[in-house]
Design a protein around this ligand. Structure first.
Ligand SMILES: [Cu+2]
Length: 429
């Protein structure tokens, strides 16, 4: 039964909403959508403007827009956000519209973009549109091409997207701090002809990194290289979603690097081609087959492959980038003889545990008590046991019969009989 009280409440809520929209309309600024979940959102099918095949932002989302007199209008709000890095750990970051990274901006070659940027940070900022060809005064370099956007103010950027391709956005103001805090996002400009370079699945994510001490929430902003959380879109394994595809799908993955070091990104089970950089599409005659592509600082690399059935590891090949915060600064104990030492130490440190003298695999298997708000160095369970990974690691899951536009986790791969490595049984004895 709808009581008078609930009726009034819901009617009141509707009026508040309408009031907000008309106030925003009067100010000519579109409402800023906000996302607080770190789950991968389904592709945003364009409701207006030119048609295109939308991308899927891994553990992210695409910003909605409005069309107004031939302009595609977006509204980004630079603000403090809370981001779950993986279940068990949250970080206090800066981002856009409730998330770090900010939402992906998707548009089409030839679109005229008007992007409102509201600054809700405690200091000034700007946005640089990394790789986009635009008038110099729209390039977003604070002090050089524009005044900084003061705290509390809104600026507007206007430019036409002349080329299709994959670009990034990030501040060019107090850059070390603002990028160390997580301010960045992706820009995908789709080709005017939706059949040009068409693929079945198109994933995007950024490589980013944070230095957050166990037990704390805010990144250390003056860290230059020694970060302890190596992320795909501000997530670490096992918090990174899987990339799901159907057997035989043409899959594209666009990877941008806004960390302070390079990442050799490796895909198991496939030979891929690099089909795009920040500078545009790579012509067919210039592509070469690869299994690992080094994505240098400030670069975007776009790779494509025909998906083969299985569960395929997909990760950075620097091994300290596939471990989490607790794994850094661990002493080497391999070959150290602990006999006699442990008993003496236990008298001083009752919780002391001998570990590492036969390698560190034990640490992936036992889930030890951790300090508050951090993640184990090596973790994650697969169908055969501990995966012993962290950081920049996830799984490309390819299955027969996955429906178009279905990105749900299909579970672990069911290997055909006789195709799994097994213990050798010597039948000749
Ligand atoms: Cu790496």
């Amino acid at each position: 039964m709808v009581s008078r009280r609930t009726f009034l409440t819901s009617a009141g809520a509707a009026i508040v909403g309408a009031g907000f929209v008309s106030r925003a309309g009067a100010a000519s600024i579109p409402e800023a959508a906000v996302a607080r979940s770190a789950a991968t959102q389904p592709p945003l099918v364009p409701a207006n403007g030119r048609p295109y095949n939308p991308v899927v932002t891994l553990n992210g989302w695409t910003a909605p827009w409005r069309m107004r007199n031939g302009w595609k209008e977006f509204h980004l709000v630079a603000e403090p956000v809370v981001r779950e890095i993986a279940p068990g750990m949250k970080a206090h970051l800066w981002g856009y519209n409730g998330s770090s990274p900010g939402p992906t901006i998707e548009c089409v070659e030839g679109d005229k973009l008007r992007i409102f940027v509201t600054n809700k940070l405690p200091e000034h900022t700007t946005i640089h549109w990394h790789g986009v060809l635009l008038p110099s005064g729209m390039d977003g370099v604070g002090g050089l091409t524009q005044p900084h956007i003061p705290a509390g103010k809104t600026f507007v950027y206007e430019f036409e997207m002349k080329k299709s391709g994959t670009f990034m956005y990030h501040p060019h103001a107090d850059e070390m701090v603002q990028m160390a805090m997580g301010m960045m996002g992706f820009i995908v400009v789709h080709p005017k002809n939706p059949d040009f370079m068409r693929v079945d699945r198109d994933f995007v994510f950024l490589l980013n990194a944070f230095d957050i001490d166990p037990g704390s929430y805010t990144p250390k902003v003056s860290t230059m290289l020694d970060f302890n959380l190596w992320c795909f879109n501000s997530r670490v394994f096992p918090g990174i979603d899987h990339l799901v595809a159907r057997t035989g799908d043409r899959v594209r993955i666009r990877i941008g690097n806004l960390t302070m070091t390079s990442h050799p990104i490796h895909l198991h089970g496939h030979h891929f081609e690099v089909t795009g950089t920040d500078g545009g599409w790579v012509p067919k005659s210039a592509r070469w087959p690869e299994t690992t592509i080094d994505v240098a600082v400030g670069q975007m690399r776009c790779l494509e492959f025909d998906a083969a059935a299985g569960d395929w590891a997909f990760h950075c090949h620097k091994s300290h980038h596939t471990m989490n915060a607790m794994g850094h600064d661990v002493p080497t104990m391999i070959g150290v003889d602990h006999r006699g030492v442990a008993q003496k130490l236990i008298r001083l440190v009752p919780d002391y545990m001998v570990m590492g003298e036969r390698g560190m695999a034990d640490m992936g298997e036992m889930e030890m008590p951790l300090p508050e708000n951090t993640l184990p160095m090596m973790t994650g369970q697969g169908p055969f046991g501990a995966v012993e990974m962290g950081g920049m690691f996830t799984v490309v899951k390819v299955r027969d019969g996955v429906k178009r536009n279905d990105y749900r986790d299909p579970g672990w791969y069911k290997h055909p009989t006789g195709t799994v490595a097994r213990e050798w049984q010597d039948d000749s004895k």
